[in-house]
Design a protein. Structure first.
Length: 172
């Protein structure tokens, strides 16, 4: 293993660890949720575009296309509701998610596939946690219902990401 490979793995682990450590408290307002949820959707879209560009695995690129399509639609629903409620939505991924995308850009081939699938599992676990908290505790009923409505699709994404993660680990 080269020094560059060790550094890349270390950076990825640090970013994922820091992201996992930032969990929402038990209550949140609708504006916080909408902003964080749209930022996470943007991050999914950006990393999935990288997967289409960099992966040579058809299952991964197919999954990435689905992530782009479904997270774009989810963000559009979130933006529409936010406009009705006069809430601001994020136009960019969070700095943490931007950092993860930068680390993914450093990867190629099977190394990229493994990093992307690991990223997808962690990202969807965090997003599900955010949406579960919002579906129970956000201070706006319509926003709470939208969060609840989106959870089954997010769980489906997580299950597929876990399947792809197992596949890439088996190929190493």
């Amino acid at each position: 293993m080269t020094t560059a490979h060790i550094v890349k793995n270390g950076l990825l682990a640090a970013v994922l660890g820091l992201t996992a450590a930032t969990a929402w408290g038990q209550s949140m307002d609708a504006a916080e949720f909408v902003d964080e949820a749209t930022a996470k959707g943007i991050a999914e879209i950006e990393t999935s575009k990288l997967a289409i560009e960099k992966s040579d695995n058809t299952e991964i690129t197919s999954f990435a296309e689905k992530m782009i399509d479904e997270h774009t639609k989810a963000n559009e629903k979130m933006r529409d509701l936010a406009m009705e409620k006069n809430l601001e939505v994020s136009d960019d991924a969070t700095l943490m998610d931007q950092g993860k995308a930068m680390i993914l850009q450093l990867r190629d081939g099977e190394d990229f596939n493994e990093a992307y699938t690991n990223n997808q599992v962690v990202a969807h676990e965090q997003t599900i946690e955010l949406f579960e908290t919002a579906s129970e505790n956000v201070d706006d009923e319509e926003v709470r219902k939208l969060a609840e409505e989106m959870l089954p699709k997010l769980r489906e994404h997580l299950a597929k990401a876990q399947e792809l993660q197992a596949m890439t680990e088996a190929q190493q």
